[in-house]
Design a protein around this ligand. Structure first.
Ligand code: NAD
Ligand code: UPG
Length: 328
């Protein structure tokens, strides 16, 4: 198939595009490179473009005869979304709507959407299932939840078929060492811990140690980026085979605290990684752990790299190798 991957020069998108290419799809990455890297697009065709540019989006959709879309392009930093709500609603909603409109006008009916665990907010119970109430603690979570609501209407009115994948915390890097996480500035825990270990970062802060968790630091469910990418292939196949639109959580079902992540990385690397306690970060729920039972049962998804050690090990290999430009 001809598949458009928005945000395909980004961290998760580059892994998704690689997998789609490897199984024989014609992949067109559409990314404005505000966060992505040209080098992250390995074999796919690359178009530098912004979702705000509806005309270009339409031209690409037509000239490449796009049949399905994987939509990852978004702003996705929880803390920043609590400082700049407009930036998040503009990109994740308004620009995302451009994509949907262009899809509808070109009769492109299949969409896999990157949603997030942040739609749930502070959970009432864990592991979190897809029918858990949604109550985002951040603007970022709001933007993704509102977009899911928009998708429901586009399905009802325009016949759009979609799968919304609510990722928990993506981490790790492709086993080939060719691609991995490279954000600037980096805000995610695991790369920050590894940058500290490499000595390219002075300070590592634990954002709050007074949360209601086993050691006071926040608990997250880390999922390997390749396992995440596999789920996109399954979701797309499901849609093509006639599956109805639906939502799936994606995590390993195991939560690790910030302190446990630092300890695991220290043990793996063989040296203590020093951290200081800092204040809480706005928009952070204490605990987010997924039940991914639904996608396991319905699509046969099974993570291959569930162990936190493996996740950190692949990230370590990537960061030690210098990332895309020697210092990411
Ligand atoms: N990283 C995680 O743990 C995580 C968890 C849950 C959900 N998500 C979602 O997954 C998706 C990918 O996340 P990521 O970590 O790979 O982020 P990323 O920032 O690495 O990738 C996003 C890509 O989208 C591009 N982009 C942003 N706005 C654009 C626009 N208007 N037009 C064209 N391109 C645009 C960026 O340049 C970037 O390459 C996002 O939608 C994010 O919300 C990520
Ligand atoms: O220097 C740091 C960085 C992070 N954290 C904490 O580590 C945890 C994980 O943080 P981070 O890696 O920034 O990820 P999240 O904020 O949990 O968000 C990620 O995971 C969400 C799903 O759970 C996605 O929606 C987001 O896009 C993605 O950035 C959180 O408790 C943070 O407070 C620290 O203590 N110190």
């Amino acid at each position: 198939m001809n598949i458009l991957v928005t945000g395909g020069a980004g961290y998760i998108g580059s892994h998704v595009a690689k997998k789609l290419n490897n199984i024989g799809h014609h992949v067109v990455v559409y990314d404005n490179l505000v966060k992505g890297h040209r080098e992250a697009v390995l074999t796919a065709k690359f178009v530098k473009g912004d979702l705000a540019d509806k005309k270009l989006l339409n031209e690409v959709m037509q000239s490449e005869e796009i049949e399905a879309v994987v939509h990852l392009a978004a702003h996705s930093i929880v803390g920043e979304s609590m400082e700049k709500p407009g930036k998040y609603f503009q990109n994740n909603l308004s620009n995302g709507l451009n994509l949907l409109e262009v899809m509808v006008s070109n009769n492109v009916a299949y969409l896999v959407f990157s949603s997030t665990a942040a739609v749930y907010g502070e959970p009432q119970e864990v592991p979190i299932t897809e029918d858990h109430p949604t109550n985002p603690a951040s603007t970022y979570g709001d933007s993704k939840l509102f977009f899911e609501k928009i998708l429901e209407r586009y399905q009802q009115i325009h016949g759009l078929k979609y799968v919304s994948l609510r990722y928990f915390n993506a981490a790790g890097a492709d086993h080939s060492g060719e691609i991995g996480e490279a954000h600037s500035p980096e805000t995610h825990l695991i790369p920050i811990v590894l940058q500290k270990a490499l000595g390219i970062r002075d300070k590592l802060y634990i954002f709050g140690d007074d949360y209601p968790s086993r050691d006071g630091s926040c608990i997250r469910d880390y999922i390997h980026v390749e396992d995440l990418a596999d789920a996109h292939i399954l979701a797309l196949d499901g849609l093509i085979d006639g599956m109805d639109s639906r939502i799936y959580n994606l995590g390993n079902g195991e939560g690790y605290s910030v302190k446990e992540v630092i300890e695991t990385a220290s043990a793996l690397i063989g040296k203590e990684i020093e951290a200081e306690i800092g204040p809480r970060r706005a928009g952070d729920p204490a605990v987010l752990v997924a039940s991914s039972q639904k996608i396991r049962e319905e699509l046969g998804w099974k993570p291959k790299y569930a162990a936190l050690e493996t996740i950190i090990e692949t990230a370590w290999k990537w960061h030690k190798g210098g990332g895309f430009n020697g210092n990411d």
